[in-house]
Design a protein around this ligand. Structure first.
Ligand SMILES: [Zn+2]
Length: 355
């Protein structure tokens, strides 16, 4: 098997994939690995593939995909894998060092008690693995750890217990302490070349060659961004936003927004689509607001209560959602919250009321 065939599900990064594949096959993967590079270029996808391979008894670099371990991993329920990716802009030190859960009390001795204390990554990784291949923890967007949280991780980075693997991703290695960097193997992933993004879009199908080329050109090497700015996708988002504002019923908004991603989406893909949707919704709300103001509070669109006020609330809610999105709040959660705000502000238009 040529080494370049490692991690076939991941676009680009041929050198990094080949290098990591070789280390994994030779059983020489380091115990701590940092993947650094801009958002949306596949760092998490690569980290997850490494984790799956680490835990798979078949010992293929990215996991065989069909054994009990790989299936548990894909289903999100592998007991030897810990994903540390809390919503929000910071990773609390309790998530690393262990600590009190909100409102809980410290359990005395062995009294288990209902979720009183977070074990934290350090304690979790120190416990015995349940499978034969050790344990793996993945700290996503590790630059969200403050100095104290990073320091709490140092000892584990230096001497990982047992046969464990610690994976970190970060948008920039420079955002982490020198002491953390010196204990990790650091791989910098570059944005994908335009041609590679274009090839990925064409292979995905259903896209005109010219659209794939222009989307790739403005994507800055991120497949998530490229998907979000495909003309068909932008149009779909605009229609979706318009429809919801007009009070059209539909399935859960989150499923419709992320519908084009299929099963294998990353948080960066979802973030890019959520951004496109929220921007479209913001534009649509502003147009309506302008029309309602011009018509002295009337329009084909009849929000509850004071229409101008409802639309201004909705504009504020859109802006807040876009801010939270950039602060790493889970995109699906933001779409759910936005759907609630829209439902609160809008109802179907009643032609008789606007005559
Ligand atoms: Zn497997």
């Amino acid at each position: 098997v040529p080494s370049s065939a490692s991690f076939p599900d991941i676009a680009g990064h041929a050198d990094a994939r080949a290098f990591l594949g070789r280390l994994a096959r030779e059983g020489r993967l380091p115990h701590a690995l940092l993947l650094a590079g801009p958002e949306g270029i596949g760092k998490s996808l690569l980290a997850r593939a490494l984790a799956r391979g680490k835990l798979c008894p078949a010992e293929s670099p990215e996991g065989c995909g069909s054994c009990a371990s790989c299936r548990a991993f894909e289903a999100g329920g592998h007991s030897d894998f810990l994903l540390l990716d809390p919503p929000g802009p910071t990773i609390p030190i309790a998530a690393i060092r262990g600590g009190e859960a909100e409102g809980g009390e410290r359990g005395k001795g062995e009294s288990p008690g209902p979720s009183v204390r977070l074990p934290g990554l350090v304690e979790w990784i120190g416990r015995k693995a349940s499978g034969p291949r050790g344990k793996c923890a993945f700290v996503r967007d590790a630059e969200r750890m403050n100095v104290f949280a990073q320091n709490a991780l140092l000892k584990t980075l230096e001497e990982p217990p047992g046969d464990s693997l610690l994976l970190l991703t970060a948008t920039s290695a420079g955002a982490l302490l020198e002491t953390v960097l010196s204990r990790c193997l650091c791989l910098r992933l570059r944005p994908l070349p335009v041609e590679e993004v274009e090839r990925f879009l064409l292979a995905r199908g259903g896209i005109a060659a010219a659209d794939a080329r222009s989307a790739a050109r403005v994507s800055e090497g991120s497949i998530g961004e490229a998907l979000a700015c495909l003309p068909g996708e932008a149009r779909r988002m605009r229609d979706l936003a318009e429809g919801r504002l007009a009070g059209e019923a539909g399935g859960p908004l989150r499923e419709e927004v992320f519908g084009s991603l299929g099963g294998k989406s990353t948080a960066a893909d979802r973030r890019a689509l959520a951004r496109t949707f929220l921007r479209s919704a913001g534009l649509a709300v502003r147009e309506r607001w302008r029309a309602v103001v011009a018509a002295g509070g009337e329009g084909s669109y009849v929000p509850r209560g004071d229409p101008t006020q409802s639309l201004e609330d909705l504009l504020a809610s859109t802006a807040r959602a876009l801010r939270d999105l950039e602060a790493n709040v889970e995109p699906g959660l933001l779409i759910d919250l936005f759907a609630i705000d829209v439902a609160r502000a809008c109802r179907p238009s009643h032609p008789s009321a606007t005559a």
